[in-house]
Design a protein around this ligand. Structure first.
Ligand SMILES: [Zn+2]
Length: 185
């Protein structure tokens, strides 16, 4: 005869097996989801012939200004500078109806001093400085506040965070005339 204790042990074993399988399943699903999230979050090096969708300039010819918007499905857009990147970002549906801001997985910009590609959301931006890009006034990406202050000391301008940047600010830069200003190609 099987005792109550035996039944309890068998029952507990069965339960714990189900539990372990359940946990494994959750880990598997969440890792797949996570892999999908992080797989498409990298910078993409521009190739010869890549054209900025905003201004039509060659992206690879201006490596010090390159910006890339990456969507969660892997589609990415290479832009020739932060001003073009923000213009695209604020008008996503105008350029591709499939995408909204929540579909953007990462954006990268090229940092002014180090010339490295950094996350756009983590950068500081200087506007209205005396350094202009190939398309005139720009938002100059700096990796942190210290770098941004060092930059403004030399070149003037105002420091903004990613979240402070609005379509109005980006549009206002389009009206600034670049005559006789140092242009960084
Ligand atoms: Zn452009």
């Amino acid at each position: 005869m099987v005792s109550h204790e035996m039944i309890n042990i068998i029952y507990l074993k069965k339960m714990s097996n189900t539990f372990v399988i359940g946990i494994c399943f959750i880990i598997l699903i969440s890792s797949l989801f996570y892999a999908d999230q992080v797989a498409y979050a990298h910078f993409v090096e521009p190739k010869k012939g890549d054209i900025c969708p905003i201004c039509g300039m060659s992206v690879s010819e201006h490596p010090l200004w390159v910006a890339v918007i990456m969507f969660s499905d892997g589609k990415h857009v290479k832009l020739h500078g932060p001003k073009s990147m923000f213009t695209y970002y604020f008008n996503l549906e105008k350029y591709d109806k499939k995408y909204k801001m929540q579909n953007v997985s990462t954006m990268h910009v090229t940092e002014y001093f180090t010339e490295k590609h950094i996350k756009a959301q983590e950068a500081h931006y200087v506007i209205e400085s005396n350094i202009h890009g190939p398309m005139g006034a720009e938002l100059i990406p700096l990796k942190d506040r210290t770098s941004a202050e060092a930059f403004t000391k030399e070149h003037g301008g105002n420091i903004l965070l990613f979240k402070d940047i609005t379509p109005e600010i980006v549009n206002s830069l389009k009206n600034i005339v670049s005559d006789n200003l140092p242009t960084r190609q």
